[in-house]
Design a protein around this ligand. Sequence first.
Ligand code: ZN
Length: 304
Amino acid sequence: MLVAVFDIGGTNIKYGIGDSHGHILAEDVTPTGASKGGAVLVEKIEHLTKQLQQQWPITGVAISTAGSIDSAAGKVIYATQTIPGYTGMNVKKLLETRLQLPVEVENDVHCGALGELWKGVASDSQQLLFLTIGTGIGGSLALHGQIHKGASHLASAIGHMNLYPNGRLCSCGQKGCFEQYASVSRLEQKIQEIQPHQQVPAFMESVKRGDEESVNLFHEWLNDLVIGLQSLIYVWNPDSVVIGGGISAQGKWLEQEIESALFKNLLEPFKEKLVIRLAKNGNRSNLLGAIKNYELQQVRREIR
Ligand SMILES: [Zn+2]
């Protein structure tokens, strides 16, 4: 099996060719052009697939995308105004008609979880809580390898859990959401307040060196992250918490910082089977998860 695989984000589309072993055989990146809207975006995917078809004998298209997705129908249930007109689009149907190939679509955070289950740090997990920490915070819960999608495909919108009533205003219109405190964007804002122009990697280095101001700021951010994680762990009792997104590049050091801050306050029985990991596949887990989702959906359709 060879598929054209796409990871559609707000800024870039990562794409390439994937096989059923999870090998990415070719890889490239192009701007999403999100502001041009959903219709132009789908045309772009069609065009890129046709280009790939000239070189590779692909048998399908696997898509990971921003937005809440009904993966059985292949439809965008909800997307923010970052991609105008994307909400309500049946991406699967549109592309299948134009390309005459099977197409499967899933939300990018759920794809990230599937990617880490398949080829990452969560391969033994039966109760996985996956988070991406970047511009916002996304979540995915995978129970026995199956993504929990909720009643209307919106489950695990953990970025909008309330952390501080009447706190910072969020893009969703509410105040005090988790992602307004524990996202990388928030960390960047906080860094700018003490060190204009400093980037996250350099900041993390100064935390490791023990620079007092940096250490304090880091702990403020870490505490907010841990408060949110603690609530999620009490609700779901996961065996693994895996954190992806930009922050996962920080490696073992950050993994240990999060684990020790979290385990300090967590009720003892919840720690017993719990491991905390940073995602292994970085940017690739969404591509891998899209391939896995493609296979899972195709098998389901055969059974039906
Ligand atoms: Zn919110």
